[in-house]
Design a protein around this ligand. Structure first.
Ligand code: ATP
Ligand code: MN
Length: 295
């Protein structure tokens, strides 16, 4: 498939669950090939951490950052000024090669393609404490949206395939607008702290699980150099073969169910227009926003 030979195509990576069919390695590879045009927009030419679970989601798993011995020639190598290069992907064949090696999730840096030193998006990871329902996450995302818009930015939103939502802001990275990683992270932190101050009953910015107390953890730590967030359209190594799914804000309302977006639904989902089609077009400079935040 896409020039890659699959071994054990019938291996079940996601067992059947809750009325959902089992997903095999061949299904995953077909998914990667079909979703490539949309997925590559968000991962190509960026260092990417891969969650590998060669025996499926019930087996051992590990995060792969570096090329491994015998890695597929379809993968790209990206120099990030470390001892060893990081893995990257540049085409559908690379994605299928990742699937062939049991790569179930793709977590790129938030950098400009081909330029690991330059942030080109800011991710707010909304993590609900146990016991909160998804309605609380929806409400939280809808509160963050106008705050970011007030700073001149255009936020997008996606499911993670898990418990929360990610709110993501594309930022300009041309020589006039370019910011450093520390500025991107400081900005995300300042916005998160401001949200917590405005709604202390709803948000926490403390990483420790025990500090969550029925709140939503606004995780701004996705924004440093080398930090990652799951890519839109990436599958998740979680029951039901969910995918992290790009939404329109109109979909972020009561009834939104992240479990509705799975590899089994992909053919239908890929036929619909991409709500993140204008993600890059919506880039804004972070510099005025930094100033507004007093940074
Ligand atoms: P959920 O909505 O269930 O929280 P998530 O993708 O946001 O899904 P988190 O556990 O909140 O999952 O992690 C946020 C991000 O942090 C991940 O998308 C991933 O990119 C990164 N991450 C998490 N764990 C690791 C890890 N062990 N190594 C590297 N990156 C990680
Ligand atoms: Mn999260």
């Amino acid at each position: 498939m896409a020039g890659v030979t699959l071994s054990h195509p019938d291996k079940v990576l996601w067992p059947a669950q809750g009325g959902r069919p089992a997903v095999t390695k061949a299904d995953l590879a077909r998914y990667y090939e079909a979703a490539a045009p949309r997925l590559l927009t968000h991962v190509a030419q960026r260092p990417v951490s891969i969650v590998r679970a060669p025996e499926g989601i019930d087996g051992e798993r590990f995060f792969q950052r570096h090329a491994m011995p015998g890695h597929s020639p379809r993968l790209a190598l990206i120099d990030v000024k470390e001892r060893k290069p990081y893995v990257g992907v540049s085409d559908a064949g690379g994605l299928v090669a990742i699937g062939q090696s049991g790569g179930l999730e793709l977590h790129p840096w938030g950098c400009r393609p081909g330029d690991p030193e330059t942030p080109d998006q800011i991710t707010f990871d909304l993590d609900p404490d146990e016991g909160l329902d998804f309605g609380d996450v929806i409400a939280a995302a809808r509160m963050l949206k106008p705050y970011l818009e007030g700073l001149g930015l255009t936020p997008f939103v996606k499911t993670t395939g898990g418990k929360g939502l990610h709110v993501v802001v594309p930022i300009k990275s041309d020589s006039r607008s370019r910011v450093e990683w520390d500025q991107a992270k400081a900005f995300a932190k300042a916005v998160s702290e401001a949200m917590r101050k405005d709604h202390p009953e709803r948000f926490t910015t403390t990483l420790a699980k025990k500090a969550r107390g029925g709140k939503i953890f606004l995780d701004y730590l996705r924004n440093g150099r080398m930090a990652t967030a799951v890519a839109p359209w990436s599958p998740r190594a979680r029951p039901g073969a969910t995918i992290a799914f790009p939404l329109s804000w109109g979909q972020v309302k009561a009834g939104l169910d992240p479990r509705a977006y799975t590899i089994a639904d992909a053919a239908a989902l890929l036929k619909k227009p991409d709500p993140w089609k204008d993600f890059r077009k919506a880039e804004a400079s972070l510099k005025p926003a930094l100033k507004k935040m007093g940074l």
